[in-house]
Design a binder for this molecule. Structure first.
Ligand code: DOR
Ligand code: ZN
Length: 335
């Protein structure tokens, strides 16, 4: 049987939530990933040293063993340098949300006035803290990411020593931006390597494919595939796996988020094999992230096997992407 082994897979963009949801989803990621960047959009957001430390403890308590590293993040505000110095050893990145753009982002940035942000972003550059950005404007939903490119340019030019990660990119515009500035990087989800808007609303409306940023056009999907399959060195896998309970997805007023954590590596194997690029998957799911973030994850060896895996209907209260459908690859062993 055909197998493929991945060393130290990393998920560079993950939502774990808190409480019962955290206990449901954290073990699923900890099983097959060595580590993950943990998003700070809790209610209230993770925006103090105490909040980072206690959230990390709750994450560690929710995973069944020590072979998983939660790389913690702070919710961006215009922090001063003294505060950033106090928190630098506890975090891997700071996550910036435009105010109100997605789930629990109300306390985000409402003005991209560079001078207002300068003290914080200069301090982050000096302390080598990356800035992870949800790059969408409040424009028309299909144009929000492309419209944000001018803000990425402004940030990249004004803060050349700041590592800026364009999170969960979905457009050719973002792909084209990547090589324009040395300090721009990107994460890509697995669902954005599979879906276009047609898969969300082209037929029956599919709430479990609905997320922010929304899946775009076929040419955008092609552009994302081209850099992911080549494992472009400035690109990393970040699932943006975002669990919501079934009653918040299958309802009028569906919450944004696709839950992929337990099926991500299987789907990635399927995609990379389909394009005969399995040899590049290791860089996409781990090596690139290690170089970009300068991290050394816990050892983990995950072997996948080419056999049918039927995605469970639910994990606790959460319905995963492709529930009940077959994937061509399954996880065989984790050491
Ligand atoms: O679809 C999304 N869900 N996009 C985000 O940016 C946030 C996430 C969530 O937290 O549910
Ligand atoms: Zn996210």
């Amino acid at each position: 049987m055909k197998t493929h082994t991945l060393l130290m897979p990393l998920d560079m963009h993950l939502h774990l939530r808190d409480g019962v949801m955290l206990e449901t989803v954290a073990p699923l990621t900890a099983y097959s990933f060595s580590g993950a960047i943990i998003m700070p959009n809790l209610v209230p957001p993770v925006d103090t040293l105490e909040a980072v430390k206690s959230y990390k403890q709750r994450v560690m308590a929710a995973v069944p063993n020590d072979y998983f590293e939660p790389y913690m993040t702070l919710f961006y505000k215009n922090y001063d340098k003294a505060f950033l110095e106090s928190v630098v050893d506890e975090i891997t990145s700071i996550k910036l949300y435009p105010a109100g753009i997605t789930t629990n982002s109300e306390g985000g940035v409402s003005s991209f006035d560079i001078e207002e942000m300068r003290p914080t972003l200069e301090a982050m550059s000096e302390l080598n803290i990356p800035l992870s950005v949800h790059g969408e404007t409040d424009g028309f939903v299909m144009d929000r990411e492309a419209e944000f490119m001018s803000i990425y340019e402004l940030l990249a030019k004004n803060f050349p020593n700041l590592k800026i990660i364009m999170e969960h990119i979905t457009t050719k515009a973002a792909v084209d931006m990547l090589d324009k500035y040395d300090n721009l990087y990107a994460t890509i989800t697995v669902h954005h390597l599979l879906l276009t808007l047609d898969d969300v609303i082209g037929g029956m409306m599919m709430p479990h494919h609905f997320c922010k940023p929304i899946a775009k056009r076929p040419e955008d999907l092609d552009a994302l595939l081209s850099i992911a399959l080549e494992a472009h060195p400035k690109v990393m896998f970040g699932s943006d796996s975002a669990p919501h309970p079934q009653h918040k997805k299958e309802t009028s007023g569906c919450a944004a988020g696709v839950f992929t954590a337990p099926i991500a590596l299987q789907l990635l194997c399927e995609i990379f094999e389909q394009y005969d690029k399995l040899d590049n998957l290791q860089a996409f799911v781990s090596d690139n992230a290690q170089s970009i973030y300068g991290i050394c994850p816990e050892f983990k060896e995950v072997t996948l096997e080419k056999r049918t895996f039927v995605v469970p209907q639910n994990y606790g209260s959460v319905v995963p992407m492709y529930a009940g459908q077959a994937i061509a690859w399954a996880i065989e062993s984790v050491d």
